[in-house]
Design a binder for this molecule. Structure first.
Ligand code: ADP
Ligand code: MG
Length: 277
């Protein structure tokens, strides 16, 4: 937990205030793109689901099923053709600091240090330096980068950059964390390390998370609930609760319930491929 003693740290990791409404509500969201020939392409068709407070929700699905589109809409970076998205009961109408984002491609400012990257949003909000320092120290430590706080982002490895991106998103104390294949560009060893790190950091922060991946193991290892999507048009095919206790660890991928769930998701994704051909 972040409840370290007042003598060393004045800052205590924030817990999102409970809300009665689901933390995220996606209500009959459709997204259509105009095609060059004048027709339309339906990227998402009437997608509806809710994510309760403090839940780790994972969207899994084949390439092109609209996972990134759904995250972009939730981030307020694009608008649905029809339907609505609510975060903490408020309708999404544009980008906002209440939604923290971590994407696959590195989005740090390379010319800033780790510390400066993590405190960027806090500084912009006009938070006093002493308060900022406590928050930044806490999250830089959470992601295991205490020894690198004054390194420039451009000097870091891919895995370290994603640690900074996670620390930066959490430092802003968002209502929900949106993560789009954040470990997709990492080598497999680093990816496993980052999954373990995220399990620990999430366990401490209990933020609501909407996480996108096409890796079934990653979906089950991390998620409370897995939303299996299908393509053409992009839609939710099945919602599955992950029947594995927490705290989780990498050994659990060998458990029977893990393997059974993996088989079920694989089957759902495979059906979708056959529908296309
Ligand atoms: P995913 O992240 O699941 O791979 P995306 O959300 O990136 O899927 O894309 C969903 C579908 O929408 C894809 O078929 C993609 O080609 C299409 N698409 C995405 N962005 C645009 C765009 N700006 N214009 C037209 N089609 C797009
Ligand atoms: Mg994508």
């Amino acid at each position: 937990m972040g409840s370290v003693t007042a003598a060393t740290h004045r800052f205590v990791a924030p817990q999102a205030a409970p809300v009665n409404a689901p933390r995220l509500k996606v209500d009959k969201v459709s997204l259509r793109y105009k095609k060059p020939d004048g027709g339309t392409f339906t990227a998402l068709e009437e997608v509806s689901f809710e994510v309760p407070d403090q839940q780790f929700a994972v969207l899994v699905g084949p390439s092109g099923c609209g996972k990134s589109s759904l995250l972009y809409l939730t981030a307020g970076l694009a608008e649905p053709t029809s339907g609505e998205i609510y975060v903490g009961g408020q309708q999404v109408e544009g980008p906002g600091a209440d939604r923290g984002m971590v994407f696959q491609s590195y989005t740090l400012f390379p010319w800033l240090t780790v510390r400066q990257n993590v405190e960027f949003g806090l500084k912009r909000r006009g938070m006093p330096a002493a308060q900022r320092k406590d928050i930044v120290d806490y999250y830089v430590n959470e992601v295991g980068l205490s020894g690198f706080a004054d390194n420039y982002a451009k000097q870091l490895s891919g895995g370290m950059m994603q640690r900074v991106a996670i620390a930066r998103a959490l430092a802003n104390d968002p209502q929900i964390l949106l993560m789009d294949e954040p470990f997709g560009a990492l080598d497999s060893q680093t990816r496993l390390q980052m999954q373990q790190l995220l399990l620990r950091v999430w366990g401490n922060s209990k933020k609501t998370v909407l996480f996108v991946t096409h890796d079934i193991d990653e979906a089950i290892l991390l998620g409370d609930r897995v939303y299996v999507m299908g393509a053409r048009p992009g839609r939710i095919k099945r919602i599955l609760d992950v029947p594995i206790e927490r705290p989780r660890n990498l050994d659990m991928v060998m458990e029977r319930s893990f393997i059974e769930m993996k088989r079920e998701i694989f089957g759902l994704l495979h059906d979708d491929l056959e529908e296309v051909h």
